[in-house]
Write a protein that binds this ligand. Structure first.
Ligand SMILES: Cc1cc2nc3c(=O)[nH]c(=O)nc-3n(C[C@H](O)[C@H](O)[C@H](O)COP(=O)(O)OP(=O)(O)OC[C@H]3O[C@@H](n4cnc5c(N)ncnc54)[C@H](O)[C@@H]3O)c2cc1C
Length: 354
């Protein structure tokens, strides 16, 4: 099986640990469930970060924090609202030598049923936004939903973000994933982005420094790491939109984008959107459909009838069901087309091939 660099640790049956490409899951795993552990008979207790109102919580279920609605708990979890709280969270993890994983809106993540070791830092409560109707610049915190920014931009008469209305992620996630739709993407409109490193360094990055390609950036290597030194959390971004538009027309165009997506894509059940990146030659959905896989299911996970690049959680799916289905699609498409589909979804933690 060909593995992308984003692939998680895989345990094949009867084998030892077979893939160390995403060592982060293993590196913290030996400690998993140890940090939040209390003496027998006591529930694990949240920990208040010194000097903040921010709580670090043990064993937090991540099912409701991802769009797939599957996966195990975070060993430790924090959802800071301010940069100071982020910094304190990083210090806390660094002192304990914990791996760190960043979580936005969880709309492009498949989290293992065994959960995530170390500290999961959720960015969705980092919120502020500023729209400049004169220059067309929008500066917003990483946790702002990109769809909300799209609606607000239209209200301010700013065009160029209408395509983002159907994307259920945060601005930070969009910068990292180079989210896009309808031939537009985040890299096209990004002016700059700020990141926070474990030592408190705030850095400004420009698009030409981020190796942007289709649904990819070099920031992706710094989002789920065993060595905390490598973490780079997007705290805010500035986008350049076109000023002077008619808010009424822009709202109508934004609505049209959303309607079009709702009719062509299955929004009614949990998913991560498109599972695979489109190869250069064909759309991944078309390849999967031509392979005859539409409707194929494993456990509670099913390849959508409406759009074959979507896997749906039809109820009761496990992360491993979805993982098996991803692997099955890859195998079948490779047999039929000699093409290896590369997952766009980020898989975190340990997975087992049946
Ligand atoms: C129904 C549906 C439709 C979708 N349609 C599209 C589409 O049209 N186009 C598209 O591009 N995507 C689409 N997606 C996928 C997804 O919404 C995007 O990739 C989105 O940008 C992910 O943002 P997020 O905040 O949910 O990131 P997450 O899924 O939480 O994280 C994605 C990656 O970014 C990292 N990350 C998140 N926030 C930060 C941060 N602040 N700093 C550093 N790293 C961070 C995470 O560690 C992870 O590696 C769709 C998903 C769904 C469920």
């Amino acid at each position: 099986m060909t593995l992308s660099k984003d692939f998680p640790t895989i345990h094949a049956p009867g084998s030892g640990r077979s893939n160390s490409k995403l060592a982060l899951a293993d590196s913290g795993h030996s400690r998993f469930a140890s940090l939040g552990q209390q003496p027998l008979g006591q529930e694990p207790q949240p920990i208040r970060l010194p000097g903040t109102n921010c709580m670090i919580k043990p064993q937090v279920p991540l099912t409701s924090l991802t769009s797939f609605k599957v996966g195990g708990p975070a060993e430790m979890y924090v959802a800071p609202r301010r940069i100071e709280d982020l910094q304190a969270s990083f210090d806390w993890a660094k002192t304990r030598g914990l791996p760190i994983t960043l979580l936005g809106a969880g709309s492009n993540l498949l989290i293992s049923d065994r959960g995530i070791p170390g500290l999961v830092v959720c960015t969705r409560y980092l919120r502020y936004s500023h729209f400049d109707p004169e220059t067309g610049r929008v500066t917003a915190a990483a946790g702002e939903p990109i769809a909300r920014l799209a609606w607000q931009a239209a209200e301010h008469g700013l065009s160029g973000l209408e395509w983002a209305v159907g994307i259920p992620g945060t601005l930070g996630g969009a910068v990292v994933m180079n989210a896009g739709a309808h031939s537009a993407c985040t890299a096209d409109i990004l002016v700059d982005t700020h990141t926070l490193a474990i030592d408190g360094t705030l850095e400004v990055w420009y698009p030409d420094q981020l190796d942007y390609t289709y649904r990819s950036s070099n920031l992706q290597a710094h989002t789920s790491v065993a060595a905390a030194e490598a973490i780079r959390l997007v705290t805010q971004a500035t986008l350049q939109l076109q000023p002077g538009g008619d808010p009424g027309l822009l709202m109508a165009a934004t609505t049209e984008h959303l309607d079009r997506r709702r009719t062509t894509q299955p929004y009614h059940l949990p998913s991560c959107g498109s599972v695979f990146r489109n190869p250069a030659s064909h759309k991944a959905g078309w390849l999967i459909e031509q392979t005859g896989l539409k409707g194929h299911s494993i456990g509670g996970a099913q390849i959508a009838q409406r759009h074959a690049n979507f896997i749906l959680n039809c109820g009761g799916a496990t992360a491993n069901d979805i993982f098996q289905l991803i692997h099955h699609i890859q195998q079948r498409v490779e047999q039929s087309w000699s093409l290896c589909l590369e997952p766009e979804v980020k898989m975190i933690g340990e997975f087992h091939l049946a």
